[in-house]
Write a protein that binds this ligand. Structure first.
Ligand SMILES: [Zn+2]
Length: 410
């Protein structure tokens, strides 16, 4: 066991995080409102606000005149404290998004990737390229960047044995050193599942739930799990690989090498396989790029006469998704499940009602009684947003404001 006990330093750190989340979600607030929204004492709020304003993270803006007593200063995140960049490296694209220090998105650039090219050098160059472009396009000097976060698909392990294991992608310390050199700025790396849960916790409905799961639907699938306000990482940062839990014994081959994984049914290639099984000669069954396929599915569902084979594929996918989520709900018992990822943005409206129903009928006992299942409200690219948030957390840790629980600081 190497888990640290909670120290008074952790508790102060948590109070600062609570206040930061409250300022961020309110947009503009006051010390009195913070006492109500965080449940912290007035004295603690006053101390924390003094620390956050002294470090330039939070700014005092205008004075609001009260009817009685002294005018009250309002508090906002100090957007001009610096910039953070989040980079989402997916099988089919790499995207860099630049944010101000209040996590407002300023600009983004994306490059399509050939999903069959997986050598680390080309991926490192892809990451460096979109970073350079997004800084150039926004005219941001490198000195103004507080941190860069990179989300790499697959497994990211802790600092002791840094390695990134991705189906088809195998990264070792040498490639990660190469990435650090290429980026040349304070860098954090995390797994997309933890990153999406962080985005949900800071900016989405997760702010109001103490236990939740954020489920990503894309090429791969997985779940970022928050238990009692904390992101569940596990012993080797591998928690949440729900996409590689078993849905069908001896079922379809999964790219991880096992058979019958959830991902083999509801990952984008799995959905295409379902369409092939329903209608082998369907024109969409032969599309070679996953994003084209999912976009074409959405198009075939739009309008008064949805394509019957596509509609049947959606029903079947909701059945798989709802069944697999019923297991997750049985184990975690969350208040909230949010769906995110590019398959969700394209097909979520059609998948959601049947998925909810399958969870409700299959989850055991009371586990889904008060469960909310929604499309995530974190707009845009939640992976880039989440990993930029972790980069900001890392900066706050470096200046001594937070105790960092992020595992990877290179
Ligand atoms: Zn698998």
């Amino acid at each position: 066991m190497n888990g640290p006990r909670r120290t008074s330093r952790d508790i102060r750190s948590e109070s600062r995080l609570d206040v930061l989340h409250a300022v961020l979600s309110a947009g503009e607030t006051t010390r009195n409102e913070l006492v109500h929204t965080t449940g912290l004492s007035a004295a603690t709020v006053a101390t924390v606000v003094a620390e956050l304003t002294a470090s330039g993270i939070v700014a005092e803006t205008r004075l609001t005149a009260n009817r009685v007593g002294r005018p009250t200063a309002t508090l906002v995140m100090n957007a001009d404290r610096g910039r953070v960049v989040g980079i989402d490296v997916a099988e089919t694209y790499v995207r860099a998004v630049i944010f101000d220090a209040a996590l407002n998105q300023l600009a983004s650039v994306e490059e399509q990737r050939d999903e069959h090219v997986t050598d680390p050098n080309s991926i490192v160059e892809g990451i460096g390229g979109v970073l350079d472009r997004v800084l150039a396009e926004t005219g941001v000097e490198r000195e103004a960047v507080l941190g860069v976060g990179v989300a790499l698909p697959g497994l990211v392990q802790g600092p002791s044995g840094v390695s990134v294991v991705v189906p088809h992608w195998a990264w070792h310390k040498v490639e990660l050193d190469h990435l650090r050199e290429r980026v040349g700025l304070p860098l954090v790396i995390d797994n997309p599942l933890k990153v999406m849960a962080t985005a949900e916790l800071w900016l989405g409905s997760g702010r109001f739930a103490s236990s939740m799961a954020t489920v990503n639907l894309g090429t791969g699938v997985g779940a970022g799990i928050v238990l009692e306000g904390r992101i569940l990482r596990g012993a080797t940062n591998s928690a949440g690989e729900w996409g590689h839990s078993l849905l069908v014994l001896d079922g379809r081959e999964c790219r991880c090498g096992r058979r019958g994984c959830v991902e083999a049914y509801i990952g984008a290639p799995g959905i295409q396989q379902t369409l092939r099984e329903i209608h082998p000669s369907h024109p969409l069954a032969d599309l070679t790029l996953q994003r084209d396929f999912i976009a074409a599915m959405a198009e075939a569902m739009t309008g008064p006469d949805p394509d019957p084979a596509v509609s049947a594929t959606i029903d079947r996918t909701a059945y798989y998704l709802g069944s697999a989520l019923a297991d997750l709900v049985a184990i975690v018992n969350p208040e909230l499940v949010t769906l995110t990822g590019w398959t969700t943005w394209a097909l979520g409206d059609w998948l959601l009602p049947a998925t909810r129903e399958h969870i409700r009928t299959q989850a055991p006992g009371n586990s889904s009684l008060d469960l909310q299942v929604e499309v995530s409200t974190v707009r845009g690219n939640s992976v880039a947003t989440g990993v930029a948030t972790i980069a900001l957390e890392r900066f706050l840790a470096d200046v001594g404001l937070l105790t960092s629980h992020a595992p990877i600081a290179l």
